[in-house]
Design a protein around this ligand. Structure first.
Ligand code: GBH
Length: 508
């Protein structure tokens, strides 16, 4: 072990702090199963750069990040981490941290610049991902590939509104997915169709803070569009799962699923039945919206049907059959999770485009108690108990093995590399969230098979630009130098010791 690494050994972070708020932040370092996989995660637009290199087409993010006035803190990801040109170095970095898995996404418009099913394929883009996958495999790092992490080709948006046209999008997405399975499926054994459909639907087509930025002020139909977009995602996902099962699974023997994000919700006032119901219903509207059709093969949750009425699209009999057929094929539940919130039932009439069933979210409850210590972002609180409860909630409702496909946090002042490498706050966050997984596994009987930290390195945080830094590796955005933070070594070491401990326990 290098001297630098030993400075940040796992033992250093087994400390208690924050006694003022009454939150116990003692990391226990509970064990994890011997075959539990750990990895890091990224997304193409956030790290690649090379925005128009080697024939790449524009995506909706290339457009959105260049709007005037800026909606992305004046920043774009034309260069970002320049991963497109520094990929071999980044793979070596991961190998040095002993990661088992690397979750990344493919930029659709890098391999099909115009995006459509009759448009040409860009072999240089294919070559980049082939090289990345080959290097990962050579280093014994499993590639987990997301097909859609928010960057629709601009051209399909111009042609038909991308996700707003279910039939067109589904056909183009199937074609793109088939190309990926054909070219990469000999080595890629875990596929994710979509990253965070809730965020795509609500933040990109209602709040307007993510590309393409639809919102009420822009005169778009925020009453119906988010639900149409969600519908498109569910059906495009199911169609691709069906195609993978029919055309590729027998020869490639891989797995496919979707990644859903969601907070856990506690009642704002724990003595009010209305708030208890609100906390539960908030999760149904956030997670059940997608997970019920995808993992149960059923209709949207009944609560959503009755609240949203005709705003929520219907599935045709054929589509219901597709959902029923594909539900059991989804190999695991990909969970992106960061924090917990309080939910409060409001009584004033909601806005006509309300998407929550009239629930207000907050980080402080009716008694003024904070849900957990704040990170570098106000909403992202350290609340590992909520994480454990969410793992239980998902396991109980869907009963599929869970892989945590994103988890992490930023904190202030990390532009300064000296401060960033001493990231004890993040190490503690990771330590506590891993403890929550251990307890969910060993005390609650939930099946959790892996954990991918968000993110491998500091990157372009969408509408927040280069502000929040989630990386376990610091990136200097002037020199592009990478420097592992303490948390990178913490994760490497804690997985080494927790898994050893658990294999002893498993034997007993
Ligand atoms: C994930 O999204 C993304 O997959 C990833 O690309 C991203 O970099 C990472 O997380 C970190 O953000 O209105 O209170 O819910 C997370 C989606 C959208 C969750 C914005 C938090 C704002 C706070 N996030 N949302 S709140």
């Amino acid at each position: 072990m290098s001297q630098e690494a030993s400075m940040f050994s796992a033992a250093d972070v087994v400390v208690s702090y924050d006694s003022s708020t009454g939150h116990d932040l003692t990391v226990q370092e509970f064990p994890l199963p011997a075959n539990f996989a750990w990895g890091t995660a990224t997304a193409a637009y956030q790290i690649e750069g090379g925005a128009s290199q080697d024939g790449k087409g524009k995506s909706i993010w290339d457009t959105y990040s260049h709007l005037e006035p800026s909606r992305t803190n004046g920043e774009n990801a034309d260069v970002s981490c320049d991963h497109y040109n520094r990929m071999p170095e980044d793979v070596e970095l991961m190998a040095s941290l002993d990661v088992d898995v690397y979750r990344f996404s493919i930029a659709w418009s890098r391999i099909i610049p115009l995006g459509g099913r009759d448009d040409p394929v860009n072999e240089k883009g294919i070559a980049f991902y082939n090289d990345l996958i080959d290097r990962l495999v050579a280093r014994n790092i499993e590639p987990v590939v997301t097909l859609y992490h928010w960057d629709a080709p601009q051209e399909i948006y111009d042609r038909y509104g991308a996700l707003l046209d279910t039939g067109e999008f589904r056909a183009d997405f199937e074609h793109y997915a088939r190309l990926c399975f054909t070219r990469f499926g000999d080595r890629v054994k875990k596929w994710v169709t979509f990253n965070e459909p809730y965020i795509i639907s609500i933040f990109a087509h209602l709040n307007g803070t993510l590309a393409p930025g639809h919102c009420r002020e822009a005169g778009t139909d925020t009453k119906a569009e988010p639900w149409r977009v969600g519908h498109t995602i569910i059906l495009s996902h199911a169609a691709v799962v069906d195609m993978y099962a029919r055309e590729f699974q027998a020869s490639q023997e891989g797995e496919i699923t979707i990644v859903l994000n969601g907070h856990f919700y506690e009642p704002y006032n724990a003595s009010l039945q209305a708030d208890k119901d609100a906390a539960e219903r908030r999760m149904v509207f956030y997670i059940g919206w997608f997970a019920d059709p995808v993992f149960l093969g059923s209709d949207y949750p009944a609560e959503m049907r009755s609240y949203l009425g005709p705003r929520l699209p219907e599935f045709t009999p054929d589509e219901r059959e597709l959902l029923r057929r594909t539900a059991p094929i989804n190999a695991f539940y990909g969970m992106n999770h960061y924090s917990t919130k309080y939910a409060r039932q409001l009584s004033d009439p909601p806005a006509d485009d309300d998407w929550t069933s009239n629930i207000e979210e907050s980080s402080v409850n009716s008694e003024g108690k904070e849900i957990g210590p704040v990170s570098g972002l106000g909403w992202l609180r350290v609340a590992p108990e909520g994480f454990r409860k969410l793992l239980n909630w998902v396991w109980k409702r869907y009963h599929v093995p869970i892989i945590v496909t994103e988890n992490g946090c930023p904190y202030g002042g990390e532009e300064d590399v000296a401060r960033a490498v001493d990231d004890k706050f993040r190490q503690r966050y990771f330590g506590l969230y891993l403890d929550a997984i251990s307890r969910a596994i060993y005390e609650d009987g939930v099946v959790v098979k892996g954990y991918y930290a968000w993110s491998l390195m500091d990157n372009y945080e969408w509408s927040a630009g280069y502000g929040p830094r989630y990386g376990i590796v610091h990136v200097d955005f002037t020199t592009l130098k990478r420097t592992p933070k303490g948390s990178a070594y913490y994760l490497r070491d804690t997985f080494k010791s927790r898994r050893k401990a658990s294999s002893r326990r498993d034997v007993c």
